[in-house]
Write a protein that binds this ligand. Structure first.
Ligand code: SF4
Length: 397
């Protein structure tokens, strides 16, 4: 396979599944050769960036653009915000950027969002020479120490990395290796000390010394990744822990051949496994539920946003989504309700559903209780109905 533009970026190494990445729950994909082939050889449409990467991209753009025009990132966020990321992520972005603005460090910025390259591999006549490449979020120097060069990476992950993740920080080491190649032109004096700054916006910046030995070992590893990609004519699937959220899993033969086709495997195992195995699965079951809930919420938010801007949304299955006003029932006079119900009030009060049960048992008081319950506006809710044009008999669509 080829390496587009003869530049090996960390994103390409990650897509190829070349190991040693930030294996945190927030990561997008561990990758595999098939994913790399679809993304970089066949420009497969469905291999677009996931929502987390898109979110990270907007945060980077806000910091970069704000810096170039001399305003705060929170001041330009609205202008550059893509509506498909939804209002919840907008609030999250405001919080992340406000944290960024409150932070100060002693370093002097040399460049932001700058692409740097360094020679990596001369692969002979069959391939062009390959460069190691990185787009660095920020390059900075220390105002009092001419030997120090800072390479900074802004991170929006929700979970901190483990110490092993930092040891295997491919992006940071790529930045360190390419920046080392350019250190002299920035006036950094020998011996050069490179500090990788893992600037986590949701917790705190971590600084790691990227020593010469570290970077030499890393460059040798990156060279072998480049050779592996160039010599791989097949781009075969390689199952890995990230397959469950791989963007091309639905067309992946390896994934589809899994018992129960991957996503059902967990359910199959819950049904069939002995209790001790099911007990070990429990954390994974909870993770899967949380991931599904989050997926449901973000999908609903994205649909709501689309309907707000463009009207009813037809995903092509004969149904359409619209927005409807939502209401919730509230008790208008708790004291009066207490007077009617006596001490049973304390049992039933927390839930209106319990009040309905109580009314069934005390029909003589139902009307008085209903008088104390009112519907109040509660925003909008999504409604999925059959499209009128698909089912002309359905007058309620
Ligand atoms: S689902 Fe298939 S293509 Fe996706 S990462 Fe897994 S093996 Fe690779």
């Amino acid at each position: 396979m080829n390496i587009p533009y003869a530049k090996l970026h960390p994103s390409k190494m990650r897509a190829y599944g070349a190991g040693g990445f930030e294996l945190t729950p927030g990561m997008e994909e561990p990758g595999c050769p098939r994913l790399y082939r679809l993304r970089y050889e066949e420009s497969e449409k469905s291999v677009e960036m996931g929502a987390n990467l898109q979110y990270g991209g907007v945060i980077h753009r806000a910091i970069d653009q704000a810096d170039s025009v001399g305003v705060l990132p929170t001041e330009i966020l609205e202008e550059i915000w893509p509506t498909y990321l939804g209002p919840e992520r907008y609030e999250e972005a405001l919080r992340d950027l406000a944290t960024f603005e409150r932070r100060h460090d002693p370093y002097v910025t040399l460049a932001r969002e700058v692409e740097l390259t360094a020679p990596l591999l001369d692969a002979g006549d069959d391939h062009p020479a390959i460069q190691l490449a990185g787009i660095l979020d920020r390059v900075a120097i220390h105002p009092r120490d001419p030997h120090i060069l800072i390479v900074e990476d802004y991170k929006t992950n929700r979970f901190p990395p483990s110490r092993t993740d930092l040891d295997q920080w491919v992006q940071g080491k790529t930045y360190g290796a390419v920046a080392r190649h350019h250190a002299a032109k920035w006036g950094i004096e020998e011996p050069v000390r490179i500090i990788g700054r893992y600037h986590a916006l949701k917790w705190q910046p971590l600084e790691v010394d990227l020593t010469d030995d570290d970077l030499d070992v890393f460059v040798a590893w990156a060279r072998s990744v480049a050779m592996a990609i160039l010599n791989d004519d097949e781009g075969a699937p390689r199952l890995n822990p990230g397959c469950g959220w791989c963007p091309v899993k639905s067309t992946c033969p390896a994934f589809r051949n899994l018992p129960g086709r991957g996503s059902e495997t967990l359910l199959d195992r819950i049904d069939r496994a002995p209790l001790d195995e099911r007990a070990r699965l429990l954390p994974h079951i909870k993770d899967a539920i949380r991931a599904l809930e989050a997926g449901k919420e973000s999908t609903e938010e994205a649909i709501k946003e689309k309907v707000r801007h463009s009207g009813p949304f037809d995903p092509g299955d004969g149904f359409e989504f619209t927005l409807q006003s939502a209401t919730r029932r509230v008790v208008t006079d708790p004291e009066l309700l207490h007077g009617i119900m006596g001490d049973d009030y304390y049992v039933a009060k927390p839930r209106l559903g319990d009040l309905d049960e109580w009314k069934k048992k005390h029909p003589d008081q139902a009307a008085a209780i209903d008088f104390l319950i009112e519907a109040e506006p509660a925003g909008t809710r999504l409604k999925r109905t059959v499209k009128k044009s698909v089912n002309p008999l359905d007058g309620e669509a």
